[in-house]
Write a protein that binds this ligand. Structure first.
Ligand SMILES: Cc1cc2nc3c(=O)[nH]c(=O)nc-3n(C[C@H](O)[C@H](O)[C@H](O)COP(=O)(O)OP(=O)(O)OC[C@H]3O[C@@H](n4cnc5c(N)ncnc54)[C@H](O)[C@@H]3O)c2cc1C
Length: 397
């Protein structure tokens, strides 16, 4: 209120510098709207939100800000298939062959503990977890089945200590109850199942805000510079924020901010049918070495995969669907999942994962004030919470 004195600048005459504007924050802004937060997390997916929440819990007096490019969480965390899973038998055996038993066991343990922590932290009802089981299905005369069957018991022996019980069981008879065709073998675990990724992220977002994290949507970070006392973050709308520390949790889009990190965008395409009367399929399913995955959702079938048909084309951060992959998904519905059934497609969408030459996430301090928590691959639902816990831990050091 009051008149602007002649010798000061005004917004209209363009003589304010950005640093003038920063020093002109009111006590209400700086006190409550975190214009200079102790921690700014870039990216409001499962990793970013949990990292912010854990840091806030460790430092209740800290101002913690999440900067999210979309109007709400907008990355893979709200585009995925909602499998709460730790790996099919064929995937675990392939990992063991590629990286050794210890690396495979460590990864399975991370996923399993992550799922338990996630369910414990947010609650099964709140995330729509359904304990209807995880499955891998195999065609008749599928060489993959032979490879898995030969080492099935040995795999169970190896992973049993992690779970305290036998994990995978053969249950070929259950295939008759699913109504699927052309399949001969089914491996099942009772420890996996589908969840509702929208409910999960909504619950997590509300929890983070309730515990004092400030969530700023439509805030695209275009770059940052690290100084001796703070990190200067530049937003697409030209605003600037000084944060004492930052966590980059942008997963597939990480190279826009940290080009030195090996994170490659990998698109995944999905479709969902309208409710199919009498659908008998329950739980999550992996097929064809995990290149395809499907589950029941709201009485219909949610199906994704087919990246192996066009790895080059799907190495993109651009959302979109292609006839090549969508047609393959529809063929799978017609021939295997819903044979002889009338169904209609309700929706098609895509999401972008962050991948690399290793299946392990990157959780590291990239410089004094910057931590990266990225490259979640296709397992972020399972490992997101533990990646976030590690990132928050790095901030304490
Ligand atoms: C189709 C599909 C199916 C999947 N199915 C499963 C599954 O069934 N089970 C499973 O465990 N995992 C699955 N995944 C993988 C899982 O979804 C991811 O691993 C996980 O969501 C990654 O979480 P995140 O927080 O690291 O990244 P994201 O959720 O992608 O979050 C990154 C956030 O950063 C924001 N952002 C990016 N750049 C900027 C910027 N410059 N400034 C501000 N904000 C920015 C984005 O908008 C986004 O909200 C699937 C992924 C896809 C794509």
């Amino acid at each position: 209120m009051g008149r602007t004195p002649q010798n000061t600048t005004s917004l209209d005459d363009g003589r304010f510098t950005k640093s003038d504007l920063r020093t002109m924050q009111s006590i209400w802004e700086s006190g409550h709207f975190h214009r200079s937060p102790h921690l700014a997390v870039i990216g409001g997916g499962i990793v970013g939100l949990f990292t912010a929440l854990f840091h806030k819990r460790a430092h209740p007096h800290h101002h913690v800000l999440v900067l999210e490019r979309g109007p709400f969480p907008s990355g893979a965390s709200v585009k995925n298939a909602g499998f709460a899973c730790f790996g099919s038998p064929s995937e675990l055996l392939a990992d063991m062959d590629n990286e050794g038993a210890d690396a495979m066991l460590a990864r399975v343990e991370e996923r399993w503990l992550g799922l338990l922590e996630l369910r414990n932290e947010l609650g099964d009802d709140a995330i729509g977890f359904e304990p209807t089981g995880g499955h891998e299905v195999y065609r008749a005369h599928d060489p993959l089945y032979t490879r898995v069957a030969e080492r099935f018991d040995a795999l169970n022996d190896l992973i049993r200590p992690l779970f305290g019980k036998t994990v995978f069981h053969w249950d070929d008879q259950a295939l008759d109850r699913t109504g699927m065709a052309g399949l001969e073998h089914l491996a099942r675990t009772d420890l996996e199942g589908p969840l509702d990724s929208g409910a999960l992220m909504n619950t997590l977002l509300r929890k983070a805000i309730a515990e004092g994290v400030l969530f700023r949507p439509c805030a695209e970070v275009v770059g940052f510079e690290e100084g001796s006392n703070a990190v200067l973050i530049r937003l697409a709308d030209s605003a600037e924020i000084h944060a004492a520390r930052i966590v980059v949790a942008t997963n597939a889009w990480t190279q826009e901010l940290l080009p030195q990190l090996e994170v490659v965008p990998a698109r995944g395409q999905v479709l969902l049918t309208n409710p199919v009367p009498g659908l008998r399929l329950r739980g999550t399913y992996h097929y064809d070495e995990g290149f395809y995955y499907f589950r029941d959702h709201a009485g219909g079938v949610l199906l994704g995969g087919g990246r192996n048909l066009d790895f080059t084309g799907e190495t993109t951060a651009q959302e979109g669907t292609t006839p090549l992959i969508q047609d393959a998904l529809v063929r799978l519905l017609d021939e295997v999942i819903l044979p002889g059934t009338n169904y209609t497609i309700a929706r098609r969408w895509s999401g972008i994962m962050g991948m690399g030459s290793s299946k392990s996430p990157i959780v590291e301090r990239t410089s004094e004030r910057v931590v990266a928590a990225v490259r979640l691959g296709g397992m972020g639902v399972a490992i997101g919470i533990r990646v976030a816990r590690r990132a928050a831990g790095l901030l304490q050091e």
